[in-house]
Ligand binder design. Structure first.
Ligand code: FAD
Ligand code: FES
Length: 273
């Protein structure tokens, strides 16, 4: 029987630069049986390891319907991600998982959807967006609001344009430049200016600083807190409830019970986030 806690070698098949510090990695497990059996829910994460550098929790960004490989979108921020950035196609990394609860997909059935992402938060949301767009009859309308710090840092540019065919997609930047013609300001301001149906269900991914302003704007539109989910970034090590690194609110193992929470649950435990 497979041990779900064991890292498996995976080959980097393709690398797509998305911004100056962020790349999309297409990975395929070396063991074809492992690749064939690898399934996950949007919002789950894997632990990616490099010899001598430890591990990093990284969200799955591809659709679970893509079965011949999986994709991770990784921003260069420190030791492990710097070294990964220097690796080329054909190199091998180790991956274990998937872990965490993922987005509450079935609870979104029938709802108008409002997805709000900031920065690298678009990575986990992309997995959910592609899943929703593959079965649009199960959901109502889709609105996607995305904010990046500046135009250079916008990731998944082409997809943001493609999604416009099926969804209301709006992108803003904190600071514009001479090339930028779109809105300037925080992503919560896009939500404030948009028409949002009060019975929508919302999913928010990104830096914790955007959660409250975004939820405040959603609530002004009548969206219930119980219909808002967030994906909480938290320092994690083991990813499997063993090390205690991710405990929040004194008792919640974010790696097991999260990273996705209703906003109400997030507020309850967020004192220690
Ligand atoms: C559930 C989850 C999903 C994630 N998904 C993604 C993803 O899809 N793409 C992506 O690029 N990153 C993601 N991250 C963040 C990623 O795990 C960290 O950026 C990575 O571990 C940094 O490792 P490093 O050795 O390169 O940096 P380090 O040298 O360890 O640290 C460099 C900087 O990154 C910060 N940092 C380190 N670890 C974390 C962490 N776990 N969370 C937040 N900040 C951290 C440190 O405070 C420091 O400022 C996710 C984190 C979690 C918890
Ligand atoms: S990351 Fe180790 S217990 Fe959650």
């Amino acid at each position: 029987m497979d041990n779900e806690f064991l890292p498996h070698p995976a080959v980097i098949r393709r690398i797509v630069p998305l911004s100056p510090d962020t790349k999309l990695y297409h990975l395929e497990f070396k063991d074809p049986r492992r690749q064939k059996d690898f399934t996950f829910q949007p919002g789950q994460f894997v632990e990616l390891s490099l010899a001598g550098l430890g591990e990093a929790p990284i969200s799955l960004t591809s659709s679970p319907l893509t079965r011949d490989h999986f994709q991770l979108c990784i921003k260069r921020v420190g030791r492990l991600t710097d070294f990964l950035d220097s690796l080329g196609e054909g190199r091998t990394v180790a991956v274990r998982g998937p872990y965490g609860n993922g987005f509450p997909l079935e609870q979104l059935y029938g709802f108008d959807l409002v997805f709000v992402a900031g920065g690298i938060g678009l990575a986990p949301l992309r997995s959910l967006i592609t899943t929703v767009l593959a079965e649009p009859h199960k959901f109502g309308t889709l609105q996607i609001f995305y904010g990046a710090r500046n135009p250079d840092e916008i990731i998944f540019r082409e997809e943001l344009q493609q999604w416009q065919q099926h969804a209301d997609v709006q992108v803003t930047v904190d600071r514009g430049d001479e090339s930028w013609q779109g809105p300037v300001g925080y992503v919560s301001q896009l939500v404030e200016q948009a028409e949002v149906a009060p019975d929508s269900s919302a999913v928010i991914c990104g830096p914790p600083a955007m959660f409250k302003p975004t939820v405040d704007k959603l609530r002004e539109k009548g969206v219930e807190k119980v219909n808002v989910s967030i994906s909480a970034e938290r320092r994690m090590k083991c990813g499997i409830g063993k090390c205690g690194n991710c405990i929040a609110g004194g008792e919640v193992y974010v790696c097991l019970e999260g990273p996705v929470f209703t906003y109400e649950d997030y507020q309850r435990i967020s004192g220690s986030f």
